[in-house]
Design a protein around this ligand. Structure first.
Ligand code: SF4
Length: 204
């Protein structure tokens, strides 16, 4: 299987889908499939304001919204919801609907934004942390950009480029991970139960 990706740049936000499920990532990034369920709609509405590019001063701090980010080295492109400027340091803030989940998909997305920002600021110290603001619970969670999270994020980028190069979508999630399927916006397209059943019948 070739490791060369036809996808030149990976959208930063798609790393979130990849961490959730590589098959979902494939549908969205390679095949351009999106389907709107209640969670997707809620998220889109919540992002409407912060995706407007602009700059404002809030409580003496500069906030930049909708900033375009790009890294040729990492092959990433996308937008940051909010960048806060503190003591000369740029701090990414990602807005999410609902409340904090059990998986690291949001943290990986935030870390990828920080990696892109750092590439533009060579000579400056690494960004130590960022924030995820969960709109549903109104919780602002500080995320430490640890070496472990950075390694996980870089591994996710490599996996994203690999999955993007596949000829067909990867198989549906199995085991405990399949618990994610009922809330997936692409469940009616993916048909995970049916595909798993077919795969089981084939392997008999
Ligand atoms: S339904 Fe499940 S296997 Fe299919 S794309 Fe969604 S999370 Fe992945």
């Amino acid at each position: 299987m070739t490791e060369t990706s036809h996808q030149e740049m990976i959208p930063i936000s798609s790393l979130n889908a990849l961490e959730y499920c590589p098959r979902k990532f494939y549908y969205q990034v390679v095949q351009g499939e999106t389907q709107v369920n209640e969670f997707v709609l809620e998220g889109a509405l919540a992002h409407q304001r912060i995706h407007q590019p602009g700059m404002q001063v809030v409580d003496g701090e500069v906030q930049i919204t909708g900033l375009y980010l790009c890294s040729e080295t990492l092959r990433l492109t996308g937008f940051a919801d909010v960048i806060e400027q503190r003591a000369g340091m740029l701090i990414p803030v990602e807005y999410k609907r609902g409340k904090q989940g059990q998986w690291l998909n949001d943290q990986v997305q935030l870390c990828a934004q920080a990696l892109c920002l750092e590439e533009r600021q060579s000579g400056k110290p690494p960004i130590a942390y960022g924030y995820i603001y969960y709109i549903g619970s109104r919780q602002r969670v500080q995320v430490q950009l640890t070496p472990q999270l950075r390694t996980k994020t870089k591994a996710a980028i490599v996996q994203a480029l690999h999955v993007a190069a596949l000829e067909t979508p990867p198989p549906p999630l199995v085991g405990k991970l399949a618990a994610r399927c009922p809330n997936c916006s692409l469940v009616s397209l993916c048909l995970p139960e049916e595909v798993r059943l077919l795969q089981m019948q084939k392997s008999k």
